[in-house]
Design a protein around this ligand. Structure first.
Ligand code: NAP
Length: 251
């Protein structure tokens, strides 16, 4: 049982939504963020019987909206104990010579700058209270580059660097910093990457049993349950069928 406050970005789908649903069952108080208001409302309706929920609808790319949304939290919700920087996606799968500038902007602006904007609003409260836990969703793409991964990999390498930098800078304050780096997880991720092309998105998981969003939520809950003096710093997780970012055994 806990009454800790957790803010989750990208709570409207995939890993973020699964984490919200699991943490609600564990009675964390939840601040759920995303751009799709209808999904935020549904989550609020589904989860508020289990715990207290606040939803914030904003685009992490918009630094003014990030600040305004977080500033709008009632006083009782301002002491955020846990920040789960999960919002992010891959956009496109093109070689560097033909990649789209819009896709590149989206990945750098959401995965890197968006994570920074949200973190910058929340970390000062954690340093003042000398407590907190930040979990950044990295990726195996932030550990190993793969063909056509170029800018998505660069954005997740940046997340890896930021996670390590946060752990160093926040060390004097006793703030925990964790990165979770999954391989193939079946969510809306590939649908976004391939711009709504469902057959192509499904083909990524063909012949394998991919990770599920619930698998990652379980890891997040485990990470949050560790004793006060323990931090799981860096976790890479694959489906058994995956051996690296480029090696996948398909039946
Ligand atoms: P997903 O199902 O597509 O969910 C992505 C979430 O991010 C959605 O809730 C989306 O909400 C939110 N989001 C995207 N752009 C946003 C923006 N500009 N502003 C605010 N929120 C935004 O994908 P997922 O697999 O759960 O991905 C979650 C994280 O895990 C990402 O950081 C991803 O890079 C990482 N990851 C995924 C995999 C995988 O194979 N699935 C592997 C490694 C790492 P709205 O559209 O409502 O804003």
């Amino acid at each position: 049982m806990t009454s800790k406050i957790a803010l989750i970005t990208g709570a409207t789908a995939g890993i973020g939504e699964a984490t919200a649903r699991l943490l609600a069952r564990k009675h964390y108080r939840l601040i759920l963020c995303g751009r799709r208001q209808d999904r935020l409302e549904k989550l609020n309706a589904d989860l508020s019987a289990q715990t207290e929920v606040i939803t914030l609808c904003f685009d992490v790319r918009d630094k003014d909206a990030v600040k305004k949304s977080i500033d709008s939290l009632p006083d009782a919700w301002k002491s955020i104990d846990i920040l789960i920087n999960n919002a992010g996606n891959a956009h496109g799968f093109d070689p560097i010579q033909t990649g789209s500038l819009e896709d590149w902007d989206a990945m750098i602006d959401i995965n890197v700058k968006g994570l920074l904007y949200v973190s910058r609003e929340i970390i000062p409260g954690m340093t003042d209270r000398r407590a907190g836990h930040i979990i950044n969703l990295g990726s195996i793409a932030g550990k190993e580059v793969y063909p056509n991964g170029n800018v998505y990999c660069a954005s997740k390498f940046a997340v890896d660097a930021l996670t390590r930098g946060m752990r160093m800078d926040l060390n004097p304050f006793g703030i925990k910093v964790t990165s979770i780096n999954p391989g193939l997880v079946e969510t809306e991720f590939s649908l976004v990457r391939f711009k709504g092309d469902e057959p192509r998105a499904r083909s990524i998981y063909k012949g394998i049993e991919p990770l599920t969003a619930d698998n990652i939520a379980d890891i997040i809950e485990y990470v949050l349950s560790s004793p006060a003096h323990v931090v799981l710093a860096d976790i890479t997780v694959f489906p058994v069928a995956q051996g690296s970012s480029t090696l996948v055994r398909r039946d």
